[in-house]
Design a protein around this ligand. Structure first.
Ligand code: BGC
Length: 741
């Protein structure tokens, strides 16, 4: 449809019809019989049956046949036959589940994330969906927050590249094209900085921290063309994001140029009353509308109040027109006026979902997401040796995360299933050894909608333990798949202790008493406190929540069929007391280096300053030698760039991939700059003995930041740069920036 036609359509709509477009409800308001509307919860929200019938979008429901019927009956009733939008959280896969976003970030391969998003979009599109509430691009520095699993980690540069890649993967060049869905960058803004890592908690961010670290990834997603943005639950510097006019109008719309649809997070408009910012739902509706929030997800504030507010003259109907126009434009961009069913296709659902191609991609992505944290010569394993797999993740299908609720865990391949295909089964045994959660830990998850593991009586736990210890005694190597339960990460899963559940640690300690050759395979949605594990195990392989093909990918890496290449996208703290810990911190006036004896230095008495495993870190089964950095010149200007290069050589005996990372520091500036900032990365695959030169171009725009006078730009002076295999690299060089004045 042409813009003029959309305008005419808008002009012909009644006020009520327009307000209905701005209402989003969950699918459970609708029964399978598409003519029937469920009553109950809507009356509590002040939503009438008519609102439910006419809501412009629904979320959380899928299935080609069902959504086609729903669309048909909706359009018949809608006075202008405007199609409905179907949205859902397709975060890291629909039915084929890819590794969690934090795991994908560890692959340091935006193109891979793009391919995963594109495959997820295809499965979502044939299931009738038009929009996914992804990517989540909130920067994170606090592993206590459960949603770090959904993020790209602690670095703005990496997060931005991933945000862009995912938006491009979901939407393609044109979201009306077959198998594409609209992306929704979320949660604007700063949600990842919840105080003390407690879910939904207050966010206080200085202007330069917000702009230099937190905003870039949203901006990258918006620049990539994301059709939607979602507000955040939190207050930002005292004002709830969802009613924050400065944030939404000045920053998001005017500065960032976002002209798509802004949806509130679930019930977030109503929550501004609870925050103590809005007087009541009516006030909340007025504030959110004036801030430019186009769709009210599930709070009922708009449906119950916008009409009265307009009639009383308390809000200008022009705000409603503006929002509805954006919603109509999105429907138009998706091509829904021409084809309201878009890609919904019950037949294609059968062939596309979980197809071989998607499963293969899930396996590739999983293997690339794994990070080898430690290896004292025990990996890759020799499959002909006596091996005992001991741990509750040995044969556990719950490896897809709480944000993959459409996926069926029964479709996931476990380690045991995969290992049975390649290990010598006369010399390999498999044991759970313990439940994944102790009965108390399971109790803490009560209230979650999902089914919790059944309690295991203590005698049964003891007999599992006994069997496992016996197996460990008899084995040459013990592979221990341990970790967090999948419901311990995701939304509303903040944790103050970043431990592996006690019941598993008891197993680990008992096994460690009888066998020295332990390889821990770690399942988790967030960095954990790994001190004991990493001290006692000979190898630690971080596998996150790897998704559908997790088992195959793990066995491929354990056996050396695939050489691990992942790098940490988030620091693994030494212990919880160190949090927030991130590599791109500022220098204090009294920095501490290990070994320094002076008293008045910036340090802890009881733990190191540095994390256990830093950002960008990850080992390989082969060795790489990285040459000192060479520069093509000493001075960067606005017009001239320089290149920084290293030669990397595979000095080991296996092929492998190294990710070279470029870090830069502005040595002195009007506002202090981080000790290091990631500004580029490149993956290089090398055969044994092979070497390659890796170059990075250093240009003035990459040296910009929010200066003391409030403008964004670079400042002349000295810079350091490093190229290495992790954020703790010391492979440095220096250059100058000299701009023309
Ligand atoms: C989450 C969002 C999600 C929404 C809809 C909220 O609780 O914060 O990320 O998109 O629910 O499911």
């Amino acid at each position: 449809m042409q813009k003029t036609e959309l305008k005419k359509l808008l002009e012909s709509m009644s006020l009520q019809e327009k307000i209905d477009q701005m209402l989003q409800l969950v699918g459970s308001f609708y029964s399978e019989d598409t003519d029937e509307v469920l009553t109950g919860p809507e009356s509590e929200l002040g939503i009438t049956d008519e609102d439910v019938r006419m809501a412009g979008s629904i979320e959380g429901t899928y299935g080609a046949q069902y959504l086609m019927e729903l669309q048909k009956s909706y359009m018949e009733k809608q006075p202008h036959h405007i199609p409905m939008l179907f949205m859902m959280d397709v975060i890291h896969g629909m039915k084929t589940i890819f590794p969690i976003p934090l795991g994908q970030a560890a692959a340091f391969e935006p193109e891979l994330s793009k391919r995963c998003a594109s495959a997820a979009a295809k499965e979502a599109a044939v299931s009738g969906l038009h929009v996914t509430f992804a990517p989540m691009v909130d920067l994170v520095r606090d592993a206590r927050w459960g949603r770090v699993m959904e993020s790209g980690g602690e670095d703005p540069f990496l997060s931005s590249r991933l945000a862009q890649a995912q938006v491009e993967g979901f939407q393609g060049k044109d979201m009306s094209e077959p198998y594409k869905v609209c992306a929704c960058v979320k949660h604007f803004a700063g949600y990842g900085a919840a105080q003390a890592g407690r879910e939904y908690h207050t966010v206080e961010l200085s202007e330069h921290t917000l702009r230099d670290f937190y905003l870039p990834a949203y901006k990258a997603g918006i620049d990539a063309g994301s059709g939607m943005v979602m507000t955040a639950f939190n207050t930002l510097n005292g004002i709830p994001a969802s009613t924050n006019k400065w944030l939404m109008r000045d920053v998001l719309r005017d500065e960032m140029g976002f002209d798509g649809v802004l949806v509130s997070d679930f019930s977030a408009i109503a929550e501004t009353v609870v925050h103590g910012h809005s007087e009541d739902l009516k006030d909340a509706a007025k504030k959110a509308l004036e801030a430019g929030v186009d769709i009210d997800m599930m709070s009922g504030a708009y449906a119950a109040n916008l009409s009265t507010l307009v009639k009383e003259g308390a809000v200008d109907e022009a705000f409603i027109d503006e929002s509805v126009m954006r919603i109509l434009e999105l429907k138009n961009k998706l091509g829904l006026f021409e084809n309201p069913y878009k890609d919904a296709d019950p037949e294609k659902e059968k062939t596309v979902i979980l197809c071989d191609e998607h499963r293969q991609l899930a396996g590739e992505a999983a293997a690339k997401s794994f990070v080898l944290l430690k290896n004292e010569g025990v990996l890759p394993v020799d499959t002909s040796k006596k091996t005992a797999f001991i741990g509750p993740y040995t044969n556990n299908k719950e490896i897809k995360s709480s944000w993959a609720f459409i996926g069926d865990s029964q479709d996931c391949v476990t380690i045991e299933e995969a290992a049975r295909e390649v290990f010598d089964l006369t010399r390999t045994t498999f044991h759970a050894g313990s439940p994944v959660l102790g009965n108390d830990d399971a109790q803490a998850l009560k209230g979650f909608a999902e089914k919790l593991p059944d309690p295991v009586p203590e005698e049964m736990q003891l007999s599992m333990l006994k069997e496992a210890v016996q197996a460990a005694k008899e084995a040459d190597t013990v592979i221990m798949p341990l970790g967090e339960y999948y419901l311990q990460s995701g939304e509303a899963t903040s944790r103050a202790m970043l431990d592996i559940p006690d019941v598993q640690m008891r197993l680990f300690r008992e096994v460690a008493k009888v066998n020295e050759n332990i390889i821990v395979v770690l399942f988790n949605g967030r960095p954990l406190d790994l001190r004991e594990i990493s001290r006692k195990a000979k190898a630690v392989l971080e596998v996150w929540l790897p998704g559908t093909e997790g088992g195959h990918a793990i066995v491929d890496v354990l056996t050396g069929k695939v050489n691990p290449s992942g790098k940490l996208p988030m620091s693994f703290p030494y212990c919880v007391g160190q949090i927030p810990v991130h590599y791109n911190e500022y220098s204090t006036g009294r920095p501490y280096q290990p070994g320094m004896q002076a008293r008045y230095l910036s340090k802890y008495l009881d733990i190191p300053n540095t994390p256990l495993y830093p950002f960008g870190y990850g080992m390989s089964y082969t060795d790489f030698e990285i040459s000192p950095v060479t520069l093509s010149g000493e001075t960067v200007t606005e017009k001239t760039s320089i290149t920084a290069a290293v030669t990397v050589k595979n000095t080991g005996t296996l092929s492998g991939t190294q990710t070279l990372q470029l870090y830069i520091q502005d040595v002195s500036a009007s506002v202090v700059r981080p000790v290091k900032e990631l500004k580029g990365f490149q993956k290089t695959e090398l055969a044994p003995g092979e070497e390659a030169t890796v170059q990075f171009v250093i240009e003035e725009p990459m040296l910009r930041f929010l200066r003391a006078d409030g403008t964004v730009g670079s400042e002349d002076g000295r810079f350091r740069l490093w190229i290495g295999d992790s954020s703790d690299t010391e492979n440095a060089a220096g250059f100058m920036l000299k701009r023309e004045m």
